[in-house]
Every structure is written in structure tokens, then in C-alpha cells.
Write a protein that binds this ligand. Structure first.
Ligand code: HEM
Length: 134
């Protein structure tokens, strides 16, 4: 499996652990105010990242490209900033609103980069090889 797929799965499982932790906390406390953070942590963190990882595993040539690493970095930074800031905002910390806004845009940029990866060709730059005289 390509390195980027491993990275995506390792990151995704951490979000699932945190997301389930939030879900259990909501269920035990019967306080559902952070439901949005729980849902986004599980869906943007666990589900979407795992899907990205599967896509790169199925398209190993695209996984080798630098844009894949950049896409991983931007998307992961966005979600990692978005989940805790959304959690705090939903608990009443209004100062977190601009942070959530910026994190959402960064996450969206990560998604747009993934769209670019999907629509780009599988071709990688070829270095000229020794001519064949056969
Ligand atoms: C053991 C694991 C989980 C627990 C304990 C848990 C717990 C909860 C709880 C207590 C709620 C609030 C329900 C209510 O409003 O009455 C909720 C909502 C939600 N959960 Fe989870 N959850 C878990 C896993 C997941 C996973 C894996 C996902 C997505 C992949 C997910 C997505 C959602 C969504 C989208 C909502 C909002 C549903 C709505 O607004 O109707 N949850 N969860």
C-alpha cells in the first residue's frame, strides 16, 4: 500500500477514536451540544480520510505524486483545526468562530486539491531513456 494511504488510515483511526469518545461522552452525559463536532470528526476525519486512503491505494501512481502529499497535509491540517475549534464553539466559546471559518476553508481547499488529483491524468513525468536500436 502506498505511504500516503498508510498515513491517511493512521490519521483516520485517530479521528474515529476521538469521534467515538465524543459520542460516548454525549450519550453518558445526555448533553448533545457537541453533536456537530462529533459528526464532523467522524465524517471528515474517519470516513473521508479512509476514502482518500483507499483511492490512493487503488491509484498508486497518483499516490507517488507530490500533490498527494500536499493534499494530505492541507486536508489534515484543516480537519485537525476544525474539530477542536468547532467543539469549543459549540460549548459556547464564540471566540472560536473565526478559527472554525478558517479551518473550514482550509479543509475545503484540501477537498479541491483531491478533486484535482482525481481529474488529473495518471501519467508521471518520464525521464528520457537510452534509445533502443533494435
Ligand atoms: C460508538 C460510536 C458512536 C457513538 C457512541 C455515537 C454517539 C452519538 C450520539 C449520542 C449522537 C446524538 C444522537 C441524538 O441526537 O439523539 C450521535 C449523532 C451523530 N453521529 Fe454518532 N456515535 C458514534 C459513532 C459515529 C460514527 C462512526 C459516525 C459517522 C461515521 C457518527 C455520525 C453521527 C452523526 C452524523 C450524528 C448526527 C445525527 C443527527 O443529527 O441526526 N457517529 N452520535
Amino acid at each position: 500500500m502506498p505511504r500516503i494511504s498508510h498515513l491517511y488510515f493512521k490519521t483516520a483511526i485517530l479521528f474515529l477514536i476521538v469521534g467515538i469518545g465524543m459520542g460516548l461522552k454525549m450519550a453518558i452525559s445526555q448533553d448533545y451540544s457537541v453533536i456537530g463536532a462529533h459528526a464532523h470528526c467522524n465524517l471528515l476525519g474517519w470516513v473521508t480520510m479512509a476514502l482518500f486512503g483507499v483511492y490512493y491505494a487503488l491509484n498508486p501512481r497518483k499516490a507517488e505524486r507530490r500533490i498527494a502529499t500536499i493534499q494530505y497535509g492541507i486536508y489534515t491540517a484543516g480537519v485537525t483545526l476544525m474539530v477542536p475549534s468547532l467543539y469549543l464553539m459549540l460549548l459556547g466559546n464564540t471566540a472560536m468562530e473565526p478559527v472554525v471559518a478558517v479551518a473550514s476553508i482550509v479543509t475545503f481547499v484540501g477537498v479541491l486539491l483531491f478533486a484535482f488529483v482525481i481529474f488529473s491524468s495518471e501519467q508521471v513525468a518520464m525521464t528520457p531513456s537510452t534509445p533502443s536500436y533494435r
